[in-house]
Ligand binder design. Structure first.
Ligand SMILES: NC(=O)C1=CN([C@@H]2O[C@H](COP(=O)(O)OP(=O)(O)OC[C@H]3O[C@@H](n4cnc5c(N)ncnc54)[C@H](O)[C@@H]3O)[C@@H](O)[C@H]2O)C=CC1
Ligand SMILES: O=C(O)C(=O)Cc1ccc(O)cc1
Length: 367
């Protein structure tokens, strides 16, 4: 049985550990500075064994994953370089930034040979092992940043394990590209969300209606402001250059809108919103994360009220669980298209067979 050591058993380390244990059949040792976390993780079956001394978790490990905040990971990596590890052990991490950790790995020849950077692009504003879920990364992108000279065989070995454990979609990228892209689509939005919440909070001090009326758009836009402050402090500091450039661009963008408003330039203001609307509507509709169904098919049905119940009952009788069911479109000829979504591939395949047997036309999106 292969063994993996996960260093830091929080939301991400715990979720990865669960996938490694449950789906990849790997023995998982956990290391964390918090004894309470380790107890919790052991008793919830997230890891096989927990250690408060890193050496004990990592010796004899075939894989080591660093899942601590990005400000801490370089120090742990340096400590690993001093330890007696298995010669063919692969080391990776899950940090939200990749430049800094790759720089650190590059300092030590042993690490440079063994280290492949990683970043599962899914998570939540929650933290800690209690929030860990084995399917957190299902269908999400998982970025790997190997060194240019890392043999393909090592990248494949790690990819195979991660695909089995997480069911994510692996992508290889260079660390600089990674940091600029996630800077724009993840780090900058977290800064904006926090800034907006803080601004409104100041207004609310003199008039509590600001918070009372905060709903809809404000809530949607600022959900991520509830994320862990230490984690985000570390992310900003370790992706400083990319983020400073992106903030400069943002300030310029705001200046442009401000100037248009000052000049009452209605054309520019409308264009600003129009461009955003078009771009937003074209964003790929990725179904990320734990609550997201992955296996989908459409079923051609006669458009009458009882049909959803009929299909649901038919599948229910066969013990097939449906994650989501809904009418996709109502066509003029009276027919409709039912969208069925399943979390488990097995359910989805059985549903297709059962429906086809009953004469329904099934349109497949997964194959
Ligand atoms: N939260 C998210 O949505 C995502 C986070 N990440 C990255 O994953 C990493 C972990 O984040 P989370 O799991 O959210 O954090 P977390 O706070 O849930 O877990 C971190 C764990 O590391 C432990 N830890 C901290 N410093 C330590 C040290 N010096 N020695 C041993 N253990 C230590 C903590 O006790 C905790 O159990 C971060 O690098 C973050 O950038 C990546 C993708 C998504
Ligand atoms: O909750 C959200 O929407 C997130 O943004 C989660 C997240 C946080 C950090 C990452 O590096 C990747 C994903």
């Amino acid at each position: 049985m292969e063994r993996a050591a996960v260093l830091g058993i929080g939301l991400i380390g715990g979720s990865l550990a669960l996938g490694l244990k449950e789906r990849a059949g790997v023995e998982v040792y956990g290391y964390d500075r918090s004894e309470k976390t380790l107890h919790l993780a052991e008793s919830a079956g997230v890891i096989h064994r927990g250690f408060t001394r890193m050496e004990e978790a990592v010796t004899k490990a075939d894989y080591i994953f660093l899942a601590v905040p990005v400000g801490t990971a370089p120090d742990l990596l340096e400590a690993l370089a001093e330890l007696d590890l298995k010669p063919d052990c692969l080391i990776s991490d899950v940090g939200s930034t990749k430049g800094r950790i790759m720089e650190q790995a590059a300092v030590f020849p042993r690490l440079r040979e063994a280290f492949i950077g990683g970043h599962p692009m899914a998570g939540s504003h929650q933290s800690g092992v209690k929030a860990a879920r084995s399917l957190l990364f299902e269908n999400a992108y998982y970025i790997l940043t190997p060194f240019p000279e890392t043999p393909l065989s090592k990248v494949q070995r790690l990819s195979r394990l991660l695909v089995t454990a997480t069911r994510a979609q692996l992508v290889i990228m260079n660390p600089e590209h990674h940091d600029r892209i996630v800077g724009a689509i993840s780090h900058l939005p977290h800064i904006l969300a926090a800034g907006l919440v803080n601004q409104v909070d100041r207004y609310n001090e003199s008039n509590e209606w600001f918070h009372r009326l905060a709903a809809g758009g404000f809530r949607d836009l600022t959900r991520i402001a509830a994320s862990d402050p230490v984690m985000w402090r570390d992310i900003l500091l370790s992706n400083r250059e990319s983020i400073l450039g992106l903030m400069q661009d943002w300030i310029r963008e705001m200046e442009r809108v401000k100037e248009a408003l000052e000049a009452e330039d209605s054309f520019s203001i409308q264009t600003f919103f129009e461009q955003a609307k078009i771009s937003r509507e074209q964003l790929p509709d990725r179904k990320i994360g734990i609550l997201s169904p992955v296996w989908e098919c459409y079923v051609d049905v006669a458009d009458h009220p009882g049909v959803i119940g009929k299909v649901a009952t038919l599948l229910g009788e066969e013990g097939i669980s449906i994650a989501n069911i809904g009418v996709m479109e109502n066509r003029e000829d009276g027919a409709g298209v039912l969208r069925l979504a399943f979390r488990e591939e097995r359910d989805y395949r059985r549903a297709k067979t059962v429906l086809a047997r009953k004469g329904y036309t099934v349109i497949d999106l997964n194959e």
